[in-house]
Design a protein around this ligand. Structure first.
Ligand code: ADP
Length: 488
């Protein structure tokens, strides 16, 4: 099957979050299954042109008002022999720092134009290559115009048989702009309503993708259900309920070359279910690195997160009602936090860290410390308000670090609650996100750590045997690709 991935991000070239990993890992898994997958992303300023090959000749892309002249660069995806990644190069649109914006200007005003160029460019690229996909798979709002163009402008000639899949990685980001940007999308005004772009007299990219794509997917089965409710639907729940027959939830996988305790390069000592001694060495290294009392008997609870409201950080760290302070003073545990994000939260963590001997926070982004926290902690705390898929709870399971999570989205799909009678489960689950339920559930996990050692050991082993390989997810995507080929 021929599949074109259209995305604003693809690891390792451009990454701001889990989207980049998912696009590349899914493509690699499909490539390994023998399919002709190609990826197209913008050539951002940070992607070094010297390491890429330039395709011959310029590529004219008509988007709305005018034709833009672009160049196309290409390379092969690392780790594969024949998975091409194409980069659309355009100085005005992409020759600057940032994928969607910068910390000072988080959402570039010309994003409608920048991502219109990407989506129109994707079709033009196929013409340039003489390669026409069976599936155009667009990811998140920034690529949502591609399925819309397929439906209204392009479904003829060589694209007559092409079908579209649109994946929602996070419904919270929708690409909502003034309708004065509509002309740059290159769509006729007669499609303003029918394409789904119109939203309260503005344009909404994600909404158009939801209405115009042949099939919708999201990154976990539970999130696929949750986004059909008013509570988690970000105003799109009505559309998603209407399209529930076309909406599928497929759990993301994990890059097992990078997140694997038996060959992790970042950690103090590797380990596996057969030899767990390395886990104790990592705990010691983590306690030393964070300046905590080095003591193998005190349970370490780790957190690695963006410090954003989505992640439940207010319930943990808000100065008046957050439960972290009480947890650290009432319970015999150590709390290690790695994160960056909202300013109030960074400041509060610094205060807590200097006042409590058993809480240590590192403010910033640190890949190697994140691996050590996964490997050296006994528990991993992730009380997200909502979580489309979530990666850290999966990493934790693979590292035998029992997750303590809120029952939502991908967390609900991957963590099974501990049963004190039978010892079943692979983590601890709280049903309602409040400071007191986080406190109670962490307390319950500490009780099990001190009093049910056999259960904890068995849960760790079960957790480490989880299979989150991308091949499982890639096969599910393939089933969907095949299904839409037959259905329409
Ligand atoms: P989201 O994409 O919503 O931030 P995920 O759990 O899906 O949440 O993925 C987050 C990824 O970013 C994980 O790989 C996590 O380890 C990593 N991460 C988040 N914050 C940091 C940090 N401060 N330092 C290192 N890695 C981080």
């Amino acid at each position: 099957m021929r599949i074109l991935m259209v995305s604003a991000e693809a690891a390792p070239f451009a990454k701001t979050g889990g989207l980049a990993d998912a696009v590349s890992a899914l493509s690699i898994a499909l490539n390994k299954l023998g399919h002709d997958v190609r990826i197209v992303i913008p050539r951002y300023y940070k992607i070094n042109r010297d390491k890429l090959t330039k395709l011959e000749g310029p590529m004219g892309v008509y988007c709305g008002y005018s034709e833009e002249w672009t160049a196309v660069y290409t390379t092969t995806m690392p780790g594969t022999k024949d998975l091409p990644v194409y980069f659309i190069d355009h100085e005005n649109c992409y020759g600057r720092d940032g994928v969607y914006g910068t910390p000072f200007d988080p959402d570039f005003q010309d994003n409608p134009y920048r991502f219109s160029l990407l989506c129109h460019g994707a079709f033009q690229l196929c013409r340039k290559l003489g390669w026409y996909p069976d599936i155009i798979h667009a990811h998140d709002w920034s690529a949502a115009l591609a399925p819309v163009l397929l439906r209204f402008n392009e479904r003829h000639g060589e694209f007559a048989h092409t079908k579209s899949v649109f994946t929602i990685h996070n419904l919270g980001y929708q690409g909502w702009y003034s309708k004065h940007n509509y002309p740059v999308l290159g769509l006729d005004w007669q499609h303003y309503y029918s394409s789904g772009f119109e939203d309260y007299d503005q344009i909404n990219f994600l909404k158009a993708g939801l209405i115009s794509s042949d099939v919708l997917t999201t990154v976990s089965p539970t999130y696929a259900q949750e986004i059909q409710s008013a509570e988690n639907g970000f105003r799109m729940d009505g559309i998603l309920r209407q399209r529930s027959g076309d909406l599928f939830g497929i759990l993301n996988g994990v890059d097992m070359d990078v997140w694997n305790p038996s060959k992790d390069k970042y950690i103090e000592k590797t380990f596996s279910t057969r030899s767990m001694a390395g886990k104790a060495a990592n705990k010691k290294a983590l306690q030393e690195r964070m300046g905590l009392e080095v003591n193998p008997d005190i349970p370490v609870v780790g957190i690695v997160t963006r410090l954003a409201d989505q992640k439940g950080v207010a319930e943990l760290f808000a100065p008046t009602y957050g439960c972290a302070y009480r947890m650290c003073t009432d319970m015999k545990l150590q709390l290690v936090v790695l994160g960056s994000g909202e300013r109030w939260c960074e400041d509060e963590l610094r205060v807590l860290s200097s006042n409590l001997p058993n809480l240590r926070a590192y403010i910033g982004y640190d890949e190697s410390l994140s691996h050590l926290i996964e490997a050296g902690s006994d528990f991993f705390l992730m009380p997200s308000r909502y979580e489309p898929c979530g990666l850290n709870q999966m990493y934790s399971l693979l590292y035998g670090t029992l997750p303590i999570v809120h029952r939502t989205g991908g967390l609900a799909d991957t963590v099974q609650n501990y049963n004190e009678q039978t010892g079943e489960g692979n983590g601890f689950v709280l049903n309602h996100l409040t400071p007191s339920s986080i406190y109670d559930t962490v307390g319950w996990a500490m009780y099990a750590y001190y009093n049910k050692k056999d259960h904890i050991k068995a849960m760790q082993k079960r957790a480490m045997q989880s299979n989150f390989g991308w091949d499982v997810s890639a096969n599910k995507y393939l089933e969907i690709y095949e299904m839409i080929q037959k259905r329409f």
